[in-house]
Design a protein. Structure first.
Length: 252
């Protein structure tokens, strides 16, 4: 995952609390201790990140639809192993310069678009190899889970709750998930094991939605809007793919 910053630019300390500078009951403050001026700036930052995230999701949906519904593209990707391998690793190629130039306009938006399109192709391939009903179910479940977890995190932040403690547990779980995924390349799992693997992955990325939303509210600096949107985008995308895998294997 990306390295999160802090809310105060140029420092390594989180925002300090001052109970006299906010009204928790008003429901307008993102979290206790945030001054009115900082609260306004933070809300603007949050809206900007979710605007970029919405663009990424819409672009992913469009590219995936073309990949699924336009037969020549689908057949080309599935019939050429070398091209498929390139498509899988292409997002990592764009991710490196994206992180380097995330604060340089317009390079950051161009690289963000290329990164989103490249990773959308892999999503489209996964959807093309799955029954349409299962894809729709996974989409609905992902939307419900992300909406509820995001709403809960914003509410919990207003109550003074902090989710930074989840970081080490989520990283360890994600690393374990990666190792298990590598193992199944040599020791293939059955449908039941694949369903459990998908369910475990869905739980991990649900945790990451909470953790990274909490970081968006409190710790990302105002110039890290690209990094914050990419982080949440990958959380949502991986959650969708985990649910899709779980439902597909459960059906089998």
């Amino acid at each position: 995952m990306f390295q999160q910053g802090y809310a105060k630019l140029g420092t390594s300390e989180p925002i300090t609390k001052n109970p006299q500078q906010y009204d928790v009951e008003s429901g307008e403050t993102l979290f206790p201790g945030l001054s009115p001026a900082e609260n306004q700036l933070r809300w603007g930052f949050v809206r900007k990140v979710y605007g970029i995230l919405s663009f990424q999701i819409v672009l992913t949906t469009l590219v995936s639809l073309v990949t699924v519904l336009y037969a020549p593209v689908n057949d080309l990707l599935r019939g050429n192993s070398l091209l498929l391998l390139i498509v899988i690793f292409l997002p990592f190629i764009f991710l490196i310069p994206l992180l380097k130039y995330q604060q340089k306009h317009p390079h950051n938006y161009i690289l963000l678009g290329l990164f989103t399109v490249s990773i959308s192709l892999t999503v489209g391939i996964s959807c093309a190899n799955t029954e349409g009903k299962i894809v729709l179910e996974a989409l609905i479940l992902t939307s419900a889970v992300v909406s509820s977890l995001t709403g809960y995190t914003f509410w919990a932040s207003k109550q003074g709750k902090d989710f930074s403690f989840l970081g080490p547990f989520l990283f360890t779980s994600l690393f374990t998930l990666f190792l298990v995924g590598m193992m199944q390349m040599f020791f293939p799992f059955g449908p039941a094991a694949h369903a459990i693997y998908g369910g475990f992955g869905a739980m991990i990325f649900s945790g990451y939605v909470i953790y990274d939303t909490d970081n968006l509210i409190k710790r990302f600096t105002y110039d890290e809007y690209i990094g914050a949107s990419v982080t949440l985008y990958l959380d949502i995308l991986n959650l969708f793919l985990a649910i899709l895998n779980m439902l597909r294997e459960a059906t089998n």
